[in-house]
Design a protein around this ligand. Structure first.
Ligand SMILES: [Fe+2]
Ligand SMILES: [Fe+2]
Length: 368
C-alpha cells in the first residue's frame, strides 16, 4: 500500500486531514498572539491601505471585516463563499431523499444528523459572507434566480441506499480535500468557518465509508449495489475540483491573495491518492482502467473526468438541475412563515415590534 494515509476504518479515513485542520487552527491562534505588523495596536496609522493589506497577507495575518481590502478581493470572496453556502444547502437534497428510507433507526438518526450538519454549514458560510457587506437575503435571491452557482455534484441523483455511502466517502471526501487548505485562507471569518466545517466533514466521510464497508461485506446484492454507487459517483467527484489548471480562470489571483493555496489539479491528485488505498480496504474497485501507481511521481496516474460533462452540468443541463432548483424554490416559499415568525419574535424581543405595542392582545391570550 502506498502513501502515508491510514485507511483503517476504526482510525477514520480522514484522520490525516483532521490533523491538518488542527494545525491550521493552531496557526490561526499563533498569528493572533504574534500580533499584526505596524503599530502595536495592529492599526497602521500612516500606511497606504493597499500596502498594509499586502503586508498583512505576507505576514500570514488574517484580513478581518473592519480592514480595508481591494474590491476584487471582496467580490471574489463573496462569490466563492456564497457558492459554497449554496452548495451546502442544495447538497441536503440528494441525501435527504433517503431519510425516510434509511435501512435502520440508527442509520436514519445518523443521516438526519448529517443532513442537519449541512444546513449548519450553510448557516456559518452565509454568516461569513455577510461580514463582507452583502445580506443573506440577497445571496438567496441570487441562487433562486439562477445567478449564483452551487457545486455541480448535487445535480446527480441518489438511486440506491449505497449512494448515501458513496456521497459520504467520495463527495464529502473531495469536499474536505478542497476545504482543508481553506482553513488557512487569508480572510478570517471564512478560515474560522472552514475549521469548524472540516471537523464535521471528516465525520461525514467516515460515516459514508462505514456504510460502503458494511455493504461491501454483506450479501452479493449489497456488494453489487455498493460497487454500482462507486462507479457512478467516482468521476463526478473528480470533477468537483473544477476545470483543469490550464482552463482555470481565477486561480493565480486567488493564490496571490492566499484565498486558494493549491491548484485544482494538485487537489484532484491528492484526492485520488487518498482514495485508492481506502478503496482497497473497502474491497471496491475504482472504475478507471488506467489507474496505476507512478513511482516517479509518487502518485497515481488516473483518467481525468469528462470536463465537457462538467461544463454541461454547471450550465444547467445535468440530470437533476431543474428538480433541485424547483425544490429549493418551493422550500423557500413554504418556509416564508418561519422567517416571518422569527423576524416578529426578534422584533418583539427588541421591544420595537407590533407585538410589543399590543400588550392587550398578549394579556388577553394569557388570561384565556
Ligand atoms: Fe458540509
Ligand atoms: Fe458534509
Amino acid at each position: 500500500m502506498h502513501g502515508h494515509h491510514s485507511p483503517v476504518p476504526g482510525d477514520g479515513p480522514a484522520s490525516g486531514l483532521l490533523d491538518q485542520v488542527e494545525e491550521a487552527e493552531a496557526a490561526l491562534r499563533a498569528a493572533a498572539e504574534r500580533g499584526r505588523p505596524g503599530a502595536p495596536d495592529g492599526h497602521a496609522v500612516d500606511a497606504d491601505p493597499q500596502e498594509y493589506f499586502t503586508a498583512l497577507i505576507e505576514a500570514d495575518q488574517k484580513i478581518e471585516p473592519r480592514d480595508w481590502m481591494p474590491d476584487a478581493y471582496r467580490r471574489t470572496l463573496i462569490r466563492q463563499i456564497a457558492q459554497h453556502a449554496h452548495s451546502e444547502i442544495i447538497g441536503m437534497q440528494p441525501e435527504g431523499n433517503w431519510i425516510t428510507r434509511a435501512p435502520s433507526l440508527k442509520r436514519k438518526a445518523i443521516l438526519l444528523a448529517k443532513v442537519q450538519d449541512e444546513a449548519g454549514h450553510g448557516l456559518y458560510l452565509y454568516a461569513a459572507a455577510e461580514t463582507l457587506g452583502v445580506s443573506r437575503d440577497e445571496l438567496v435571491e441570487l441562487l433562486l434566480a439562477g445567478r449564483q452557482k452551487y457545486s455541480s455534484i448535487f445535480n446527480y441523483p441518489t438511486l440506491t441506499w449505497a449512494d448515501v455511502g458513496a456521497i459520504g466517502w467520495l463527495v464529502d471526501g473531495a469536499a474536505i480535500v478542497n476545504q482543508v487548505p481553506l482553513c488557512r485562507c487569508s480572510y478570517g471569518p471564512y478560515a474560522r468557518a472552514m475549521i469548524r466545517i472540516c471537523k464535521e466533514e471528516s465525520f461525514h466521510q467516515r460515516q459514508g465509508f462505514e456504510i460502503l464497508y458494511t455493504l461491501a461485506h454483506g450479501t452479493p446484492a449489497q456488494r453489487q449495489m455498493a460497487q454500482d454507487a462507486v462507479d457512478r459517483w467516482w468521476y463526478p467527484s473528480l470533477a468537483m475540483f473544477g476545470p483543469p489548471d490550464r482552463d482555470s480562470v481565477h486561480s493565480a489571483q486567488s493564490m496571490a491573495w492566499k484565498i486558494k493555496r493549491f491548484s485544482n489539479d494538485e487537489l484532484r491528485q491528492r484526492f485520488v491518492d487518498m482514495c485508492v488505498p481506502q478503496a482497497e480496504v473497502l474491497g471496491l474497485r475504482i472504475p478507471d482502467p488506467n489507474l496505476r501507481w507512478n513511482p516517479e511521481r509518487q502518485s497515481y496516474d488516473f483518467t481525468p473526468p469528462d470536463y465537457a460533462e462538467l461544463m454541461r452540468v454547471i450550465s444547467g443541463d445535468g440530470p437533476c438541475n431543474r428538480q433541485r432548483m424547483a425544490r429549493r424554490r418551493r422550500a423557500h416559499t413554504e418556509g416564508a412563515w418561519v422567517r416571518e415568525a422569527a423576524a416578529a419574535y426578534a422584533a418583539k424581543r427588541a421591544g420595537r415590534g407590533p407585538a410589543a405595542t399590543r400588550p392587550a392582545a398578549r394579556d388577553g391570550r394569557a388570561a384565556a
